[in-house]
Design a protein around this ligand. Structure first.
Ligand code: KQY
Length: 386
């Protein structure tokens, strides 16, 4: 009998697989349930309410599964909308974008998952918590549940550190991907070769730094993303004295100079930066200080960005972060996605934990007629198509 999820020893590109863009159809979305009191204030109750609202918003467009630790199962079940599937799944925190699999497809009905090595955004050299052993098992467990074959990648990477256009182009930041706390023995050229092999891309566009004070070492998913081939959304401020100005300006110039994998110039659409936003004294007081977790301080600048949205089937779920800028951001995002309904969800509580809606979600691509389909009962995905 064949295992439900084989671990493959080849690479996706060698097998004819590549990572599709987030705007391609999905069969569903995965999330995790937040609970650690040293990252989430008030024993994570406000964050749980925010996660539940994100899950409900996404569930309007596609099936959502949430992984939860055993002790929180009943409580989470009561908080989550009934159409959301809840499965027991251990993790160290709740960032499915980074600890979940990056899915790849072959265009012929095949679906597989990449299980990156995970070191909590920097391991013992600036990482955000220790240990991270349960996080590093999440991708494998998701692939087992999904009955999808797994590639175990040889490099440290996170889903939030990569954005693809689905047509051969990858967008990353140097600050994160070249950071010595991820893959210290690999050069830029060697990392590009890995991305070719693992994501099936032909061209890497390197931006410099990520959003100011982003604790992931500058994930691309908080700074810029493809909204369709040839079009990139970028977080932006006109305030020249704001440290974000230099970062966004540099990204804008690099994007303007770049060509994608098909030789196209990119159109760059600026999204207003919220704030600047800071952690309040009350918010900081609600977080339990503990050894092995990043300390949180009142007044700390938060890396808020509207770019950190999730593109669902026929919808876009956008973080609401600042009453002064939310409406303008929603309007611009709606103009970028004709044919998708844009839904704003209050997301400050997620931002307080260090990320946002994109960081807490992971899409499962649909593979030919599987858009919005449930979870492929009884057979490994893609088999019937071969
Ligand atoms: O931005 C992300 N993809 C994850 C943020 C992790 C923050 C951990 N405190």
């Amino acid at each position: 009998m064949q295992p439900m999820s084989r671990t493959l020893t080849t690479t996706p590109a060698a097998d004819g697989y590549r990572m599709p863009a987030e705007y391609a159809p999905h069969s569903g979305c995965w999330m995790l349930w937040p609970e650690r009191p040293d990252n989430w204030r008030e024993h994570a109750r406000p964050a749980q309410a925010a996660y539940a609202a994100v899950a409900a918003a996404i569930a309007r467009f596609e099936p959502v599964t949430v992984g939860v630790g055993a002790r929180q199962f009943e409580f989470a079940r009561a908080q989550l909308a009934p159409q959301i599937r809840l499965v027991e799944l251990s993790s160290n925190d709740s960032w499915m974008r980074d600890v979940g699999p990056s899915f790849v497809t072959d265009g012929r009905g095949g679906l597989r998952g990449i299980d990156w090595r995970f070191n909590a955004w920097g391991g013992l050299d600036g990482g955000l918590y220790f240990p991270w052993d349960q996080d590093d098992l999440v991708a494998r467990k998701v692939l087992e549940i999904e009955r999808v074959d797994r590639y175990r990648a040889p490099i440290v990477n996170e889903g939030g550190a990569i954005h693809v256009d689905g047509e051969g182009t990858l967008l990353v930041t140097e600050q994160c991907v070249l950071n010595p706390n991820r893959n210290p023995s690999l050069s830029r050229v060697q990392l590009e070769a890995h991305f070719r092999d693992w994501l099936g891309v032909d061209k890497v566009i390197w931006l410099g730094e990520g959003v100011f004070n982003d604790e992931t070492d500058g994930h691309i998913d908080n700074l810029a993303c493809f909204v369709r081939p040839g079009v990139v959304a970028l977080t932006w401020t006109d305030a020249k004295r704001d440290p974000q100005y230099r970062v966004s300006r540099d990204a804008w110039e690099r994007l303007n100079d770049a060509r994608d994998a098909r030789g196209r110039r990119l159109r760059v659409v600026k999204l207003p930066q919220p704030g600047p936003l800071r952690m309040s004294a009350r918010e900081a007081r609600g977080i339990l200080a503990r050894d092995g977790a990043k300390p949180r301080r009142a007044g700390e600048r938060l890396a808020g960005s509207y770019v950190n949205f999730y593109i669902a089937n026929r919808g876009v779920v956008v973080p609401l972060l600042d009453a002064r800028t939310d409406r303008a951001a929603l309007r611009r995002i709606a103009a970028l996605f004709p044919g998708r309904r844009v839904v704003g969800v209050p997301a400050r509580e997620i931002l307080l934990g260090g990320g946002n809606i994109h960081c807490i979600t992971q899409q499962v691509p649909a593979t030919g007629g599987r858009e919005g389909d449930r979870h492929g009962e009884g057979r490994r995905r893609g088999e019937a198509a071969r």
